[in-house]
Structures are given as C-alpha cells and as structure tokens.
Write a protein that binds this ligand. Sequence first.
Ligand SMILES: Nc1ncnc2c1ncn2[C@@H]1O[C@H](COP(=O)(O)OP(=O)(O)OP(=O)(O)O)[C@@H](O)[C@H]1O
Length: 592
Amino acid sequence: MNTSLNPVELIGFSSGGELRSDAFYQAMVNAVDVGILAVNTSGMVILANRAVRESFGAFQGVHLNDVLPDLWPKVAQRLLGHARNTEISVRGIESNFLVRVSPMLLDQEQVGAVCVFVESTELEEMAKQMEFYQGLTRELDTIIDSSSDGLWICDADANVVRINPASERINNVQAKDVVGRNMRDLINARVFDRSATLEVLRTGTRVNLLQQREGRKLITTAAPVFDSAGRITRVVVSERDITEIDNLQRELEDQEAIRDQYRNQMLEMQQEQQLENQQIIARSPAMLKALRQALKVANVESTVLILGPSGVGKGLFADLIHKNSERANKPLIKINCGAIPESLIESELFGYDKGAFTGAQSGGKPGYFELADGGILFLDEIAELPLPSQVKLLRFMEDGTIMRLGSTRPREVKVRILAATHRNLEQMVEEGKFRLDLYYRLKVIPIHVPSLKERKECLLPLILHYIEWYAKKHKTSKRLSRAACDTLLGYPFPGNVRELMNLCERLVVMTESEVISLQDLPADVAKGDTSEATAPAQWPESMTLPQVIESTERALLAHAIKSHGCQADLAEALGVSQPTIARKLKRYGLAC
Ligand SMILES: Nc1ncnc2c1ncn2[C@@H]1O[C@H](COP(=O)(O)OP(=O)(O)OP(=O)(O)O)[C@@H](O)[C@H]1O
C-alpha cells in the first residue's frame, strides 16, 4: 500500500491516466451536490469537495479523525480491507448524511478511501413520520378493535370499509362477509332491515336510531365525516348494546320500588304509632289517607283548609298538624268563628288600640293573631266569619300584617293559618256570603275528613275505645252486649265522633250493670231514628230531669236545623244568641 501519496499528487491523477488540470478536476467534483471526500491510507484528507466543505467546514490536509471522529473508524476499517462498501450516518453542521465509504484503488493497489455523502435529514424525517403514522394507525386499530361499542365504517357510496369485532358480535356477522359490500345490497339481502348509514348519506346529518336486533336493544349513532370541500367521505356508525343496561335499569327500578314499598310501610307504621300515641282512631282507607295528608303538610308552611261535617275530628287534625310541625313548641290558638258574637270578632281576632271603642280596655288589647305569633291560628267554622273580618284576614294572608282596631299601624305577625268548616264554601262564594279571593287563599291544601258514614271501619274501634276511655275516666268497668254493639253499629251517628263520644259517656255513666245492653241505649239510637224529636212521655222513668232536658234539646235542635240553613237563622228562630247555638250544636254533635 502506498502510504506516501500526498494530496497534491492525488489531484494530479485522473481516471484512466488521462491528465486533467486541477481546475477542471476541481470544478467537476465541486459541481455535484453529493459530498465527496477522499483520504489516503494514513487517513489524511486529500480531497473534500464543495458539498462536504459546506457541511463540515474546510478541513483538507488534516486527519479525518480530527474532523469526523464518527466516520474515521469506518474508514479505517475500510482501509484495512475488512469490508468492501460500508455505510454510516454522520451528523453535519445542519443536516445528517448517509456516508458510503468505498476503497480507492490505483493499479490494483489501495491508495485510500473515498466517502460519498448523501444528505439524509429529509429521508430520516420522512421515515420518522412514516413510523409515527404507522404507530398511530396501529394505535387506532387497537382502539377500534378493542372498543366494546360496535363500529361500522362505510365510504361515501355506502360500501362497507371496516367493522370492528364488537360490531361483528352485535350484528352476528363476520367482517369478511360484509366488508366491500354495499349497504343497499345488505338491506336487499335482508342482512339488516334498516341502515343508519343510508340515512346519513340521504340527510347529510348525524342520525340516532333505537333498534331491536336478535332480541337485543341497540342505540345506533351514525355520523358523517367530511373532507375539506364539505363532501362526505366516510360514515361512521357506532352501535351500543343497551340490553344489559336496560336490564340493569329495570332491576334498579324494581329494587327502588321494593325500597319505596318498605319505606312506605315503615312510614305507615310510624304514622300509625304516631296516631295511636295521639289517641286518633283510624281504620278506614279514607281516614288514613286524610291523616297521612295532614302529616305530610304539617312541616310545610302552607295554609290548610280542613273540610268535613261537624264532629268528624277537624279540630283533631289541627292538633295533629300543630304537633308535627316546626311550630309545635309555639302556641296553637283555636278560635270558633261561629261562637264569637259578630260585633266582637274583629277586635278578638285583630286586637284593638286604646280608645278604639267605648268599653275598650284603656291600654288596648292584642288579638288572637298577635297571641299566636310564631305559632298557628286555627280558625274553626271559618264560614261564619263576617265579611269585614274576611277582608282583614285576606290582607293578613297577602302581606302577613294585621291592623288593630282603631290603629293605622300595620303589625307583622308570623302566624300559620289552619281553617276548618263543615259548610260548602264554594256555594257560599256563589251566594256572595264568602269572599272568592279569601277562599282561594285558604284552600291551598284542602283536606277532606270523612264522616263516620264514609268510614264504617272506624266505628267499632271508636265505640270500644271511648267505652273503655270513659269507663277509666269514671273509674268503672263497662262492656257492651252483643245486641247493643250491633245496634250501635247500625246507628248512623249524624253528629259523627262527637255524638259517638257523648253517647259512650252517657252509657258508661248511666248503665247500672257492667254490661251495657240494648235496653240501656237511648230510644232514638235503639230505633236508629235521628229525625224526629222524641216525646218526653216516652222517656224511661229512670231518667233525670237534666237528662230529659238534654235529650229534648238535642232532638229539638236536630229538628230545627232542617228548616234553618245557618246558625244565625237558627238562633233567631229559637230566640237565643248565635254563640249559644254554636255551643249547643257542638255539644250535641250537630251542624247546620
Ligand atoms: N279519629 C278519631 N279518634 C278519636 N277521637 C276522635 C277522632 N275523630 C274525632 N275524635 C274526637 O271527636 C271529637 C270531635 O272532634 P272535633 O272537635 O275535632 O270535630 P270537628 O270536626 O272539629 O267538629 P266541628 O266541626 O263541630 O268543630 C273530639 O273530642 C275528638 O277528639
């Protein structure tokens, strides 16, 4: 190997021994874009053309190892004859190069090595991008194939391009049997009965379908994919099998229904216990429903209108609502609007200021509204409230203020109103006796308390309860004979529970023996007759005068209320005051 060859000598050579001028030779090697670099057998650079110099600097006449230490080992290997052609990647100043090292022979003798540099940055970038896109495609494939939702992809002509394994499973088809086929053919071949893809291609918009297929429930969403020109290129259909979700949902609903049932049962038991504690007897569905409504509304602030005949327990409902409300430790003031003389009602309800009228207390007086502040005002027999007081009550219900008689200063009171009546308020409104606006304000939550006739199931428990209760009260022991009990059960109790209570007390007090028999029952009850006054001559001799008076009074009132529609008329006809009538009707469990 000639190692003494120097750069100047080499430049003097030409291929085939033909002599070329340095200038010609240099112009030729500098003209090409590929880099050419030659070293002698010692590794000294003997040629570096323009392309190499531009990329690696001017280093002719130096040792290759000093300028391209990465390249030198390959070249050295080549010079030692270990390989014919060797390729290596080399980093230049700005770009990367792929360098091919070839032996340089002169007369069969190796005189050095020549390196050809081809810029590789772009190629590498492209390779990298290819790799990136291949990775992305693999990733997408994995995602598509592992999705538990079915994916069905078609081109703009409705040809199936791809389906994933979930879609194969959901549609019970194999990809190889459908990919490449047109959706229209698949519909014609009855593989499917409906195609979301065709819908999308027809409408150009997203389509949602709920489908039943092979007993499974599917939600299908098909969406168009557009190119930059706005043309549809693909339709992607995703299918979700919601059969399981649907079943789970149904199971959940069943569980919730069972839970609700238990909760209602527990609530009912709690409520029954609550009612028992408060000595409320209720067995009939209608009564239980009304009581449940009352417990439900107890904790809201709304006005409640308790409706039902006299003596059914409307006052009891007011107690129940109060006890179970957030105002339980505040007063419950009960006013019977029919029992207060008309001339006094306004001052009783709203109070008066000093000097409001002759005979007024000198310091003025608060009314029931002020006394009930923070608590509940129960306006029983609300239908008897005179019209001027109705106006004042309406004002309170609208702005929460009242005005004492003789005062011009409104006072704010925090009072919840409960009202009750056995009268038909709607009819009274029609007759102009009750204000419509007040009626609407009052009946926010109406509760209808059924008469004893409407709750036969309650009758026996009520009779037994009150016989025992009065027996305990009067420190005695009493029980009903079978016949007496049957007769009582057949009696209509027009005065409802109040009449029943009165009768039970009377039987407990009046019956000599422990057993209350048929003979102990009052004649009208024994006959089941409630219509006519019983002649005093028919009363048993054992009755005292007060008892005879009481019975006669009751019978007379029962008779008179048939021809007198309201307490005021009745009072006038019988020559007593309205409050007296109100008191007596209440006492005998009667109403008009
Ligand atoms: N379900 C019941 N269980 C036990 N006692 C009851 C029941 N219902 C009513 N009572 C009793 O009957 C009596 C009359 O009830 P209440 O005064 O509440 O009737 P009312 O409908 O308000 O009558 P009115 O319309 O004449 O004011 C009360 O002593 C009450 O305790």
